[in-house]
Design a protein around this ligand. Structure first.
Ligand code: GLA
Length: 713
């Protein structure tokens, strides 16, 4: 990335959150020296500085912060400058108690922690804007300013507010969405339980009620709440655009973050940024990370993104906080780069001595520079500063041939109460569909349902419970023109207002799927059933094994059964569980249950074989991730193959051509790479200009799948 206006050299930025107000000036001076020692090129400064720069309403003290920025600039460190609005000072809620958020029960979120503001509060937004105005004017021409960091992790703690101010804002939002109260009544199905509204003024947030609040009302409140947070961000962004046009703006999103619709927010960011805290105690943590990294990359059409926060070692907010063993921090940092990140940043630079995060690891731990963490940080800093690593910045991930569709509206609706099963969890389900692609080494985009799908050979639709007619038509057209689609149960059931599509489940997809679901048959907790696989005539292994969570009564209307329920599910034994339907020039596969990991892999492999989607490398040992980044057309050709060994054991990876490891330039080019456990290699073709091998299969090998050879959107 070459963030900012001044022509800083291309590089993968390295650094972290910097909270100088916690330290006296002599320590701040030492900070810059040690940052240089650690190879830091960028810090995110001032996220929680509001109370220090505006100690009393309207009285600003920026002098100390000027010195911080000047020192950083003197040390050659670029600044991702926070707008400082993430945690309002105590005086704001003392003067204006109504800015405090309120939950569905009426409990206030009191000051003394952080993010204690109602997102709809005009008072909060005015005070935030005034601060941003001052900051932007003061630092517009500061040479260290590289980009703006608005707020911090919107919706992390205050996800929704149910106060009277929010109620008023919600009514405004509803008027805009529906125009008339009749339209609202129809959208919310208020003929049910005597809920008819006579005027917008009667509408409240869905506060705690005697029993299930109206689901469409809850769904709209989730939409409204994401929009209210977005409006906070946009309010600040507009100030920045006016005063510092040309300085890029971002806000750090959280992973799997239900309150904030990443696809809605993406067009308003100049660069996506993500906080991801891999959990050293979870063996699948890198798969979750991969999914979120792919989402960041896909949200802005493949543009490089920034890993804004991760921990150098342990965090402080899990029940038991495992440190990252040697090499893991490096491996997971490179994973972000391998998946398109142009910055590897941490929370935080220097470990706090007091406050709630004093036991959260930092680049510079309590123990100082003579610590394993600092040594590993500094080694990574040097590695990312190398000439070869600098070349990676700005390259893009190879276009993916597979896409996985997720949608916040559907997520919100799926997890509401009063469904056939409340055990359906969007993130778990999405990951269960993502994992077989990840493990097969297949690059995958994560896209919303209204994205153009024509460029993908294969599209996976985990439970898309809420599906508009137009998105259903888009999926149908995709298959008709040759696409391969994998759809899972409880998809296409309701419209945008959580009203069942009439005409038998899943009405808008019945013709496409070639089946009807007559009855849902969710499985009780702990119950597993067997799937009896049909033939593997369509490629891949037979789909058999266990399944859980869900089953349903499927009547075939043109589709064929690929697997059926076994005798341990007496009510559905012999009925279809997984189906395939040839449709138009393509085909669609449907899973009416949740297959276990092995069966899901077999199912995904079968669809993949039919679609002609190949992995990055034909032979990839289990637990090794492979990705490719390459320069954009028109630029000098640069290509990098990243190999990441997520296991503890050494692994050998055959290469398609002789390649050299840019992280070990002294080693001779080779056709095999030996990776240590937790090892990383970043390979470039020994013969620059050669194109052999680093593609997910040629067209001839792959057959004419949908959109074969077409550019990705
Ligand atoms: C979040 C916040 C940071 C810090 C870290 C700790 O990501 O943005 O301010 O609290 O968590 O892990």
């Amino acid at each position: 990335m070459t963030a900012g206006r001044s022509s800083a050299a291309r590089r993968i930025h390295f650094g972290g959150d910097y909270n100088p107000e916690q330290w006296p000036e002599p320590v701040q001076k030492e900070d810059v020296r040690l940052m240089q020692e650690a190879g830091v090129s960028m810090v995110t400064a001032g996220i929680f500085s509001w109370a220090q720069v505006e100690p009393r309403p309207g009285e600003f003290d920026f002098d100390w912060f000027d010195r911080v920025l000047d020192r950083l600039d003197g040390g050659g460190i670029r600044v991702c400058l926070a707008t400082m609005t993430a945690s309002p000072p105590p005086w704001l809620s003392r003067l204006h108690p109504e800015v405090l958020p309120q939950d569905a029960d009426g409990t206030r979120g009191w000051p003394g922690s952080r993010q204690h503001y109602c997102p709809s509060s005009p008072v909060y937004r005015e005070h935030a804007s005034r601060l941003v105005e001052r900051l932007a004017a003061r630092y517009a021409d500061h040479p260290a300013l590289a980009l703006w960091h608005v707020g911090n992790e919107y919706g992390c703690h205050t996800r929704q507010c149910f106060c009277d101010v929010s109620a008023e804002d919600f009514r405004r939002w509803l008027r805009q969405r529906y125009g008339t109260v009749d339209a609202l009544n129809s959208a919310w199905s208020t003929a049910f339980w005597s809920q008819r509204y006579d005027s917008f003024d009667e509408v409240l947030p869905p506060r705690t009620a005697p029993t299930f609040p109206n689901p469409a009302h809850q769904l709209d409140y989730l939409r409204f709440s994401s929009d209210a947070l977005l409006e906070c961000y946009l309010t600040e962004r507009r100030v920045l655009e006016r005063i510092t046009p040309g300085v890029p703006v971002t806000t750090n999103l959280m992973p799997n973050h239900k309150p904030v619709d990443a696809f809605d927010w993406a067009p308003h960011q100049d660069v996506m940024s993500l906080d991801f805290y891999q959990d050293p105690s979870d063996p699948a943590t890198h798969v979750q990370a991969a999914y979120n990294f792919d989402l960041m990359r896909s949200a802005r059409g493949g543009q490089p993104w920034l890993l804004m926060e991760q921990a150098p070692s342990a965090v402080n907010w899990r029940a038991r906080n495992s440190p990252k063993p040697p090499g893991r921090m490096r491996l997971w940092s490179w994973q972000a780069v391998a998946q398109g990140a142009d910055a590897v940043l941490f929370f935080q630079w220097r470990q706090s001595l007091g406050g709630a995060e004093k036991f959260h690891s930092a680049m510079l731990p309590h123990g100082g520079t003579e610590t394993r963490t600092f040594r590993e940080v500094a080694e990574l800093g040097r590695e990312l500063d190398s000439a070869a690593a600098r070349e990676i910045a700005g390259t893009r991930a190879e276009p993916a041939q597979a896409a996985l569709v997720v949608d916040w509206d559907s997520w919100w609706a799926l997890e509401l109460d009063s469904r056939p099963s409340t055990a359906l969890n969007q993130t778990e389900i999405a990951l269960a569909h993502y994992r077989p692609l990840f493990e097969a080494g297949v690059p995958c985009d994560i896209v919303p349902p209204d994205r153009e799908l024509g460029g993908y050979r294969m599209v996976v639709v985990p439970n898309l419970y809420l599906l508009s007619e137009s998105d259903a038509d888009r999926l149908t057209a995709y298959v008709r023109s040759g696409g391969r689609l994998l759809v899972s149960f409880f998809t296409g059931i309701v419209d945008e207002c959580d009203r069942v599509h009439p005409g038998g489940y899943p009405a808008p997809l019945r013709e496409l799927l070639g089946l009807r679901v007559e009855e849902f048959w969710p499985l009780q907790e702990g119950r597993t059933v067997r799937l009896r696989g049909g033939s593997s005539a369509h490629g891949g292994a037979a789909v058999e094994g266990g399944a859980d969570l869900w089953s349903e009564v499927i009547d075939l209307e043109g589709a064929e059964a690929v697997a059926e329920f076994g005798p341990d599910h007496p009510d559905l034994a012999g009925r279809p569980a997984v189906t395939r339907h040839a449709f138009g020039a393509g085909s669609v596969w449907y899973a009416g249950t949740r297959p276990d990991a092995a069966a899901m892999r077999a199912l995904t492999d079968a669809v993949r074989a039919e679609a002609g989607v190949r992995p990055v490398l034909p032979e990839l040992p289990d637990g090794v991730q492979a990705t490719v980044r390459r320069s954009e057309p028109g630029e000098p050709d640069r290509r990098f193959l990243f190999l990441l060994n997520h296991t503890e054991e050494p692994a050998e990876v055959p290469l398609p051509e002789p390649m050299s490891d840019v992280l070990a330039p002294q080693a001779a080019p080779a056709r095999t790479v030996r990776l240590a456990g937790r090892g990383v290699a970043v390979l470039a073709p020994a013969d620059a200009g050669s194109d052999a091998g680093l593609k997910p299969g040629t067209e001839a090998e792959q057959g004419a799948g949908a959109g074969a050879g077409e550019a990705r959107p």
